[in-house]
Design a protein around this ligand. Structure first.
Ligand code: NAP
Length: 281
């Protein structure tokens, strides 16, 4: 069976920019393949994986709400997926179906590109939120040797993540961020606040350490109110679009055996699409 098509599996997936991203790379690399949306409800996951081996899939991306639900359908998960406790990429290794996770690579690739050398003397990070994006950000930041303080509205979720990651990770109630940011080198928004159709992230940055890098994983809108406020205070800022672009590299190279590039042209393609579809973005 010839395999040449990849998917993004989730619910909803209509808004996903991954088809545009991988479609660009397929064309650029001259590969005869496709990248397709598959909107699948949790109750239909069984059916999606039932004939997977004969379906022509080279693999694909997995997004909300299936990032852990897919694990039973795979032969194994790799070390990255194990460490983050979630799968965002499915790929073949011989005849074995593997679950990986490239979100931390995306998180780091983005900040490495936009603020080169950011981690040279960085010791501490504060992450707001304790969901899926926090798993990627925390894993990435810990891998670069930073201590990571996780502040979340639901403290138990922050505690569970800190326990999962172990040494270097701590959990805190939401309001502790005010004191913690006085001595942090990177502040990251991993909540869904500030995203299109969500309330804004309302945080007080007056205590933020001068020189701290401020990162928002959200990319619709491209510049959130949180990033605007940080920029106005003179902080270097990182938006979430590059995280999406950089996480895609690993999957594409596994599926199509070519390592694609994140170029200014590609970024502009997605920026134009976001701006066209999001007034004010
Ligand atoms: P998630 O697992 O649902 O987690 C959402 C987080 O936001 C939780 O910590 C939640 O707190 C917090 N939150 C929601 N409403 C809140 C409120 N009113 N006050 C305080 N905290 C609130 O979501 P996720 O998958 O981590 O995604 C989070 C964001 O990251 C989304 O906007 C997503 O689009 C973005 N993202 C971007 C990329 C990228 O490539 N750039 C990748 C992944 C995700 P509780 O625990 O208290 O509910």
């Amino acid at each position: 069976m010839r395999r040449n098509k990849a998917f993004v599996l989730g619910q909803p997936v209509g808004h996903s920019r991954s088809p545009m991203l991988h479609g660009y790379w397929l064309k650029k690399e001259g590969i005869d393949g496709s990248y397709e949306r598959r909107e699948v409800a949790p109750v239909d996951l069984d059916a999606f994986f039932a004939h997977f081996r004969d379906s022509g899939w080279v693999g694909g991306n997995v997004t909300v709400p299936h990032k852990t639900a897919v694990i039973p359908y795979l032969d194994r998960i790799d070390a990255d997926a194990e460490a983050m406790g979630a799968v965002n990429t499915v790929y073949w290794e011989g005849d074995k179906l593997i679950g990986g996770n490239s979100d931390a690579i995306g998180f780091l690739g983005n900040i490495d590109e936009l603020v080169p050398g950011w981690d040279r003397n960085a010791k501490r990070a504060v992450i707001l939120g304790a969901g899926g994006a926090t798993r990627a950000a925390a894993y990435g930041l810990l891998s670069r040797g930073l201590e990571v303080a996780i502040c979340n509205r639901t403290l138990d979720k922050a505690k569970a993540l800190a326990k999962h990651f172990g040494q270097g990770a701590t959990a805190h109630p939401w309001d502790d961020y005010r004191a913690l940011i006085a001595d942090c080198d990177v502040l990251v928004n991993c909540t869904s606040l500030g995203m299109l159709n969500q309330p804004p992230l309302d945080v007080d940055l007056s205590n933020l350490k001068p020189g701290a890098v401020v990162y928002d994983v959200i990319y619709v809108p491209l510049e959130t109110e949180f990033l605007k406020a940080a920029k106005a205070r003179g902080h270097k800022t990182v938006d979430g679009l590059g995280m999406l672009l950089h996480q895609g590299v690993k999957g594409f190279s596994r599926w199509f055996e070519k390592t694609p590039e994140v170029t200014p042209e590609l970024r502009q393609l997605l920026v134009d699409d976001i701006r066209a579809k999001t007034p004010g973005a």
